[in-house]
Design a protein around this ligand. Structure first.
Ligand SMILES: [Zn+2]
Length: 66
C-alpha cells in the first residue's frame, strides 16, 4: 500500500487517501495555503504525533489580528 506523502510513515487511509489521516490531509492543505511550511521527511515515531500536533496548532493559530 502506498505510504502517506506527508508523514511518509503511515499507509494511505481509504477515507483520506492519499494521506493516512485527516491530520496529514490538513497538513498538506496548509502546506499549499501557507506556502513555506514543510514537514520533516523523517521523524521518530515517538515524536511524530507531538510534532504534527504542534505544527497544526501553530498553523491553526490565527495571525495577529490588527
Ligand atoms: Zn500521514
Amino acid at each position: 500500500m502506498a505510504k502517506c506523502p506527508i508523514c511518509k510513515v503511515e499507509p494511505a487511509n481509504k477515507a483520506h487517501k492519499p494521506f493516512c489521516s485527516k491530520r496529514c490531509a490538513d497538513i498538506d492543505l496548509h502546506r499549499w495555503l501557507g506556502g513555506t511550511y514543510a514537514i520533516p521527511a523523517v521523524e521518530p515515531p515517538d515524536d511524530f504525533d507531538a510534532e504534527l500536533e504542534a505544527a497544526l496548532l501553530e498553523i491553526d493559530a490565527p495571525d495577529e489580528i490588527h
